[in-house]
Design a protein around this ligand. Structure first.
Ligand SMILES: Cc1ncc(COP(=O)(O)O)c(C=O)c1O
Length: 391
C-alpha cells in the first residue's frame, strides 16, 4: 500500500500564491539581520551585512540617542531600579512609578494635561482611533496618515473623509461640510518629510468644535520651536509621541486632556489587555525626554546637517522635495529604476530606504534618505557623489 500524498492545506496554498505574486511584482518584503556598530565603537551610522560595511542613511534615530552613553547607562540603571519587565497589564499591577514619572515629564515637555504609555506607536494610534470613535462618528484625515491610524479607524467603524495631502483648502471644506468629531494628521509625514499646516487646521477645528489629533512620531525632538510648526504642535487636542524615533528607544505616549486619558484608561483594549511597557524602557524614555529638555542646541545641529545636505544636493543638480526635516525623499517613480538606483548605492557602501507601493502611492517609489546628528561631512560627501553617479 503506498502512502497517501499529504494534502496541502488551503491556507498554505493561499500563502504560497500571495507570496509568489508579490515576488513576481518585485514587492516582496524581507528582513535582514544587521550587525550594528555598538555605542563607543566610534563608527556612527555604520553596520555590517554579510561581511560588507554600509553607511546607514535610513534610520529614524535622528538624534543618535539609541547609541548615546546617557541612554545606554539609563537602560542598566532602569533595570536595576525597576526590573526589566512590568509583569502585568497597567490596570493590574503593571503601572509603576517609572511609568508615572515618564508621563509627568512628557506633560511638562508638551504642555498637555495627561499622558498614557504604550509599547509602540502603532498600538497607541490604533488604540486611540478604535477607542475614541464608533460608527456614529465622522473623522476627517489627511490622505497620507500612517497605517496604524487607518487600521484603528477601520476597526472603529467611523466614517472617514480624506483630503488631498496637506491641502488646507480641501481640509477646511471637508471640516465645514461634515463637522467631524476630529481631524487627524501627522506633524511630519513619515514618507515625505513635509509638515502639516497645523495652525490653520487647528483654527478650522476650533470653528467646527472638532478635535485636532496629531501623530507627532517624526516631529517630537526634531523640529526646533523656531521652525514652524513646532510652536503650534501643542495647539492640538491629542498628540501622539513615539519613543522609537528621535528619542532613540521604544514605546509611545498619547498626550491630551485628563478627561481624554481617563477615557482611554477605562476603555482602550490595547491598554487594558496588554502587559505594560517595561519599566526599564520607561526609565530610558524618561531620561531621553529630560536630556532633550537640557540639550537645547541638538536640534540646531541636526538642522545644520539637513541644510548642508540640501545645499550640496542643489549644487550637484539633485532634485529634492520640499522638506526641512531629516526625512529627505527622492522620488524615483518606477520600481525597476528604484531597484537599480538602490543597488548602485549599495555597491558604493550606502544604505538608503527603498520605499515602494503600497507604503507610497503607485508610481512614486522613492529613496527615503534620513539624516541624523552623527552623520559626518565625509559621509554626506560620499552620499551625494554616489547619488550623482547612480541617478
Ligand atoms: C507616522 C508614524 N506613526 C506611528 C508609527 C508607529 O510607531 P512605532 O514604530 O513606535 O510603532 C510610525 C512608525 O513607523 C510612524 O512613522
Amino acid at each position: 500500500m503506498s502512502a497517501a500524498t499529504p494534502k496541502v492545506s488551503r491556507l498554505s496554498q493561499k500563502i504560497d500564491t500571495q507570496m509568489a505574486r508579490a515576488r513576481h511584482a518585485g514587492l516582496l518584503r524581507q528582513r535582514r539581520a544587521l550587525a550594528i556598530a555598538k555605542a563607543g565603537d566610534n563608527t556612527p551610522n555604520e553596520f555590517m551585512l554579510e561581511g560588507v560595511s554600509f553607511i546607514n542613511f535610513s534610520s529614524n534615530d535622528y538624534l543618535g540617542l539609541s547609541q548615546a552613553s546617557v541612554l545606554v547607562e539609563a537602560m542598566s540603571q532602569g533595570s536595576q531600579l525597576y526590573g526589566v519587565g512590568s509583569g502585568a497589564s497597567p490596570l493590574v499591577t503593571g503601572y509603576s512609578e517609572a511609568h508615572r514619572q515618564l508621563e509627568q515629564a512628557l506633560c511638562e515637555a508638551s504642555g498637555h494635561e495627561a499622558a498614557l504609555l504604550f509599547c509602540s506607536g502603532f498600538s497607541a494610534n490604533t488604540a486611540l482611533m478604535k477607542t475614541l470613535f464608533d460608527r456614529h462618528d465622522t473623522v476627517v484625515a489627511d490622505k497620507l496618515i500612517h497605517a496604524s491610524l487607518i487600521d484603528g479607524l477601520r476597526d472603529s467603524g467611523a466614517h472617514l473623509k480624506r483630503f488631498a495631502h496637506n491641502d488646507i483648502d480641501a481640509a477646511v471644506k471637508l471640516i465645514a461640510t461634515h463637522q467631524p468629531q476630529a481631524v487627524i494628521t501627522e506633524s511630519v509625514f513619515s514618507m515625505d518629510g513635509d509638515c502639516a499646516p497645523l495652525g490653520a487646521l487647528y483654527q478650522a477645528c476650533q470653528q467646527a468644535q472638532s478635535w485636532l489629533i496629531v501623530d507627532d512620531a517624526h516631529g517630537f525632538g526634531v523640529l526646533p520651536v523656531a521652525k514652524q510648526p513646532r510652536a503650534s504642535v501643542s495647539n492640538c487636542d491629542v498628540q501622539v509621541v513615539t519613543f522609537g524615533k528621535a528619542l532613540g528607544c521604544q514605546g509611545a505616549a498619547i498626550l491630551g486632556s485628563q478627561a481624554c486619558i481617563d477615557f482611554m484608561v477605562a476603555n482602550a483594549r490595547h491598554y487594558i489587555y496588554s502587559t505594560a511597557l517595561s519599566p526599564a524602557n520607561a526609565y530610558v524614555a524618561y531620561r531621553a525626554v529630560k536630556w532633550l529638555g537640557e540639550s537645547t542646541k541638538i536640534a540646531d545641529t541636526l538642522h545644520g546637517i539637513i541644510d548642508a545636505f540640501r545645499r550640496q544636493c542643489q549644487q550637484a543638480g539633485i532634485t529634492l522635495s520640499d522638506s526641512v526635516t531629516p526625512i529627505q525623499p527622492i522620488v524615483i517613480g518606477e520600481l525597476e529604476r528604484l531597484q537599480a538606483v538602490t543597488d548602485g548605492l549599495k555597491a558604493r557602501g550606502i544604505w538608503v530606504g527603498s520605499i515602494r507601493p503600497p507604503t507610497v502611492p503607485k508610481g512614486s517609489a522613492r529613496l527615503r534618505i534620513t539624516l541624523n546628528v552623527n552623520h559626518t561631512q565625509a559621509q554626506l560627501d560620499h552620499l551625494i557623489a554616489s547619488l550623482v553617479e547612480v541617478l
